[in-house]
Design a protein around this ligand. Structure first.
Ligand code: ZN
Ligand code: ZN
Length: 321
């Protein structure tokens, strides 16, 4: 993620900022990728702190307009959880916009989001034909950590959920092209395999013992659809870590120069090598605060090949190149 300049003074602004350091209200223009200090702001600004601008007074921003179902406000903490969830969505949409996904120049279908609060039964997250369902309850750290531990996952965040679920939607968009499916199946396997049976098998028996040789996560081994979503989420993690590193003014021998743009990098091997080198250093920095690793995944040769495939298609897919 970029770091932004202040439109009404000195200093920088971070992606989620609603005001400058001296308290002037600002809004983020997702088209120009810069902050402005004049309305109209998103209609969700007061309720969930959305800082994007709107096309006209009283309207939703481009991100909030994609949310067809908002959580039931009578559920405790539904609004603060929804606010965190929408912030993760804006972040990931802006990342994907670097490759033109869902921006005005992308003429394809937009995702529709169902942001659901949870009652006694958990909401299962997923994607079906353009509709992405997200449980806002997972914005709650206790809920999310409990599930992460129950599923024995090294990493679980709202940004991670967004990247994974939107990746399913991107797969669906790409599958409408004539040239995608054969290439996909050659590397990831045949996604027409029975999905529910595959997931049931995964939850009953666990992953194959050598899953690390072939998959980034154990869940990715459950079905080609999940392998795609997990790999795509990781490609987005790695690209954005590298972009944020450079945007923050940090330096590393791994980064070619200060003008290097992770999202403009055309060589996936180079991008993944740079990002992976940075994560090793940042993991070490995190340990100095007793925090978990920023990137707790190991990249096998198979993972490299799949990440490169995803990179190629996500870079060119939105504009149909
Ligand atoms: Zn908004
Ligand atoms: Zn999935």
């Amino acid at each position: 993620m970029r770091v932004f300049s202040n439109p009404v003074g000195s200093g920088t602004l971070w992606f989620d900022n609603l005001i400058t350091a001296d308290g002037t209200p600002v809004g983020y223009d997702p088209q120009a990728r810069s902050f402005i200090a004049s309305p109209p702001y998103c209609a969700n600004r007061e309720i969930i702190g959305c800082n994007w601008i709107a096309p006209e007074p009283g309207a939703f921003c481009r991100s909030c307009a994609m949310t067809a179902l908002a959580p039931d406000r009578s559920v405790p903490n539904a609004i603060p959880n929804w606010a965190i969830t929408e912030a993760a969505k804006r972040w990931v949409l802006d990342n994907l916009g670097r490759w033109s996904w869902f921006r005005p120049e992308d003429r394809g279908t937009r995702p529709v989001f169902h942001m659901l609060a949870e009652g006694p039964t958990p909401v299962s997250m997923g994607h079906i034909e353009g509709v992405v369902t997200i449980s806002v309850a997972e914005a709650d750290e206790v809920v999310r950590t409990t599930r992460r531990q129950a599923l024995d996952e090294p990493y679980r965040t709202m940004i991670g959920h967004m990247r994974h679920e939107i990746a399913h939607m991107l797969w669906w968009r790409l599958s409408l092209r004539a040239d995608f499916l054969d290439a996909f199946r050659a590397l990831f396997g045949d996604e027409r395999a029975d999905y529910s049976a595959a997931l049931q098998r995964h939850y009953n028996n666990g992953p194959p013992p050598n899953w690390r040789d072939h998959y980034l996560t154990s869940y990715a081994s459950s079905h080609p659809h999940e392998d795609w979503a997990e790999t795509s989420a990781n490609l987005l993690h790695l690209t954005d870590i590298a972009d944020s590193f450079v945007a923050s003014g940090l330096h590393s021998p791994a980064v070619p120069d200060s003008g290097w743009d992770a999202y403009a990098e055309t060589d996936p091997a180079r991008l993944i090598h740079i990002a992976a080198s940075l994560t090793i250093g940042i993991n070490h920095v995190n340990r100095s605060m007793g925090l978990s690793d920023i990137y707790p995944f190991v990249l096998s040769p198979a993972a490299h090949r799949k990440l490169a495939f995803v990179h190629e298609w996500l870079r060119r897919g939105a504009l149909g190149r």
